[in-house]
Write a protein that binds this ligand. Structure first.
Ligand code: DMJ
Length: 425
């Protein structure tokens, strides 16, 4: 199975090389390319590099590395999303640096980190959503917990590797500023103004816009031994278990509630929420992680591939797209590593066969517009190579391929080494 996954990585990567070389992402149906900001920031090669290395695809990895080190420049007059650029590019450059020790990758990471720092210059210290890479101007005071709280692993690793603690301090402060604004019952909302610190939405859940805030609290404590991150994780976990967890005849789920009253507002769960079994497992709650992954599998098998959002009471699809998301596979990987239950290998096989059946094209893999009709879209997001195929491969490959105790994965599946070099603080 691992070598089958590796062959599919090669298929996807070759599609990128042939039709989108030098651009951000491949459009595998029209055989074209897509650049996020008009100019390319080499999203796919940076995101894919450590997967190519892990799979031992040496020639492809060296072509990707050459492209990145020779052509990538951040001196661009564009407003970029701080969160996306941090998790994909900063994360990808740092993990590839730790694997190759190529100083040009660290140099690029530091240059990028410096250009992103102005994002934190808000009255609260929580970052603006967008920052201009050339001018340092910022935009987007309306942000959310995921975009504010999912920076500490990358900026902390950059601080460690460069010996410049400012990177860690700014990102950790953002996380704590957000945490300090939690409600009395410990929940955070869906949108917050980073200038005033006021909540703009009281909707609380563990899906898109909030998800990785919890993930980074736990992983920040694991990567840096940081007690504050540990506290954010413990308090957050208690609140989501108390107010968001929903135990129904259809399974264990985590729905929506009002962050102030804790009142249930919606019974929805989706592909992004499926990161939670992985994080619960990493945090030590295997029984709950297992039950939740079983629910995720139910969501997947309903139509043979998972929808973006589901009403888990009626099991009706609310948002039918499948954008090649990795989370359910990531959770199967963690659960297999921690339990060795072959059930998770079987799940992995189910996910892999569905990807091949519904998302494979002659030139790569594509998102689906609709999991019911299986209508295809035309994009291969860079995280498909960074995450989806990496977690699938690691699920089937021998444990020695990657020692899970020695690394912490960022939310884009870029592994950072624990306890390497200087302290982040
Ligand atoms: C990735 O960029 C990251 O996993 C992020 O945390 C959520 N969205 C995509 C994958 O679904």
């Amino acid at each position: 199975m691992a070598s089958r996954v590796r062959a599919e990585m090669l298929h996807a990567w070759r599609g990128y090389e042939r039709h989108a070389w030098g651009h951000d992402e491949l459009k595998p149906v029209s055989r074209g390319s897509h650049d996020w900001y008009g100019v390319s920031l080499l999203m796919t090669p940076v995101d894919a590099l450590d997967t190519l290395l892990l799979m031992g695809l040496r020639e492809e990895a060296s072509r990707a590395r050459a492209l990145v080190t020779e052509r990538l420049s951040f001196d661009r007059d564009v407003f970029v999303k701080n969160f996306e650029i941090t998790i994909r590019l900063l994360g990808g450059l740092l993990s590839a640096y730790q694997m190759t020790h190529d100083p040009r990758l660290l140099h690029l990471a530091e240059d990028l980190g410096k250009r992103l720092l102005p994002a934190f210059d808000s009255p609260t210290g929580m970052p603006y959503m967008y920052v201009n890479l050339k001018t340092g101007k910022t935009r987007g005071a309306r942000s959310n917990p995921a975009e504010i709280g999912t920076l500490v692993l990358e900026f902390g690793t950059l601080a460690r590797l460069t010996g410049k603690p400012v990177f860690f301090k700014r990102a950790k402060n953002a996380l704590l500023q957000l945490y300090n604004r939690r409600s009395r019952i410990g929940l955070v909302g869906e949108e917050i103004d980073v200038e005033t610190g006021e909540w703009l939405s009281r909707t609380s859940h563990v899906g898109g816009g909030i998800d990785s805030y919890y993930e980074y609290a736990l992983k920040g404590s694991r990567l840096f031994g940081d007690g504050d991150c540990e506290r954010v994780w413990r308090d957050g976990l208690r609140a989501i278990d108390d107010y968001l967890a929903d135990d129904l005849s259809t399974g264990l789920w985590y729905g929506e509630a009002d962050m102030v009253t804790g009142r249930r507002t919606k019974v929805v769960f989706g592909a992004l929420h499926a990161f939670l079994p992985a994080v619960l497992a990493l945090g030590g709650d295997l029984p709950r992680a297992r039950r939740l992954e079983d629910s995720c599998l139910r969501m997947w098998t309903l139509h043979g591939i998972e929808p973006e959002l589901l009403d888990y009471r009626t099991m009706r699809v609310i948002e039918p797209a499948y954008p090649l998301r990795p989370e359910i596979i990531e959770s199967a990987f963690y659960l297999y590593r921690y339990t060795k239950d072959p059930r998770y290998l079987e799940m992995g096989r189910t996910f892999f066969e569905a990807l091949i059946a519904h998302c494979r094209t002659g030139s790569g893999y594509t998102v689906l517009k609709n999991v019911v009709t299986k209508e295809k879209g035309d994009l291969m997001p860079s995280y498909f190579l960074a995450e989806t195929l990496k977690y699938l491969y690691l699920l089937f490959a021998p444990d020695e391929t990657l020692d899970l105790d020695r690394v912490v994965f960022n939310t884009e599946a870029h592994p950072f080494l624990r306890g390497e070099s200087r302290s982040a603080e």
